[in-house]
Design a protein around this ligand. Sequence first.
Ligand SMILES: Nc1ncnc2c1ncn2[C@@H]1O[C@H](COP(=O)(O)OP(=O)(O)O)[C@@H](O)[C@H]1O
Ligand SMILES: [Mg+2]
Length: 311
Amino acid sequence: MRDIDLLVVGEINPDVVVTDPDPVPVFGQAERLVEGIRLTIGSSSAITACGAARLGLRVAMVGVVGDDALGRFTLDALASRGVDVSACRVAAGRPTGVSVVLGNGRDRAILTAPGTIPDTRASDVPAGLLARARHVHVGSFFLQPGLAADLPALFRAARDGGATTSLDPNWDPSGAWDGGFAAALGETDIVLPNEAEARRLAATDDVETAARVLAADGRTAVVKLGALGALAVSGGSLVRAAAREVDAVDTTGAGDSFDAGFLAARLDGRPVEDALAFAVACGSLSTRAAGGTDGQPIRDEVEGWLREGRA
Ligand SMILES: Nc1ncnc2c1ncn2[C@@H]1O[C@H](COP(=O)(O)OP(=O)(O)O)[C@@H](O)[C@H]1O
Ligand SMILES: [Mg+2]
């Protein structure tokens, strides 16, 4: 019984978002007042799960939080957005991972305490849950070395069961850009890096070449280009989708909301070119509000946005 459209396996952590025209801390025990500080859903995997639920997909998530207020906040926030978190694990004695994001509207600085982020393993995914999913997605490959090592087998099992798989590598803070990525890629149907990540993963400066390298073995490679939109290579052809201008308030989670849009459109059976335009709209619309999830669109908003762009 395939009653889950999207199973997301990965990090679940909140962001503490500090907003101010000049949110820079001053040492020497100085206290500065800032415009605002909010607790929001953070992490690539959790933001993608929320974006997909917002688009109407049936979404379940597997990940680990600590037995603390930050973990409870994040699981509650996911559940209230319609994500099934019943398979998530609460690790006693471990702190939930958390990021402090300092943003001035144009740029961001991020401090992350990993906490439970690297704790998730493939063994956290119940076989029964895997069998119910049409598609399995993993975000933040390089922040989760345990899960990364398990990924070839997990994705192989998902595919053997008839599901498709996708991977958003996100940034590698170690700078090594390896961590067994090639082996995981070998079991991935859709890979979703941004431009900077694609260049490093494919070891080439040319983004189109990078997409073609990542699309080897019949995979679909989608590269996010920020305000320029995105491009995709699939079945040997390259397609592009431009982004419409948007009054971006905060681009946190834009790439993760884009992922949700691309996966939703592909699961609907739309061709890659249409899915790319749909995904760009989802990424762009997500920048309307601060934080990763508050600006995420419902389907009607995406369709309306695309219609306005054609008019
Ligand atoms: N300034 C922007 N204007 C319009 N769309 C944007 C902007 N920034 C991001 N997006 C949308 O979000 C998508 C993902 O953003 P990007 O920054 O490339 O990914 P990531 O968040 O993974 O780094 C883009 O493909 C685009 O659709
Ligand atoms: Mg990203």
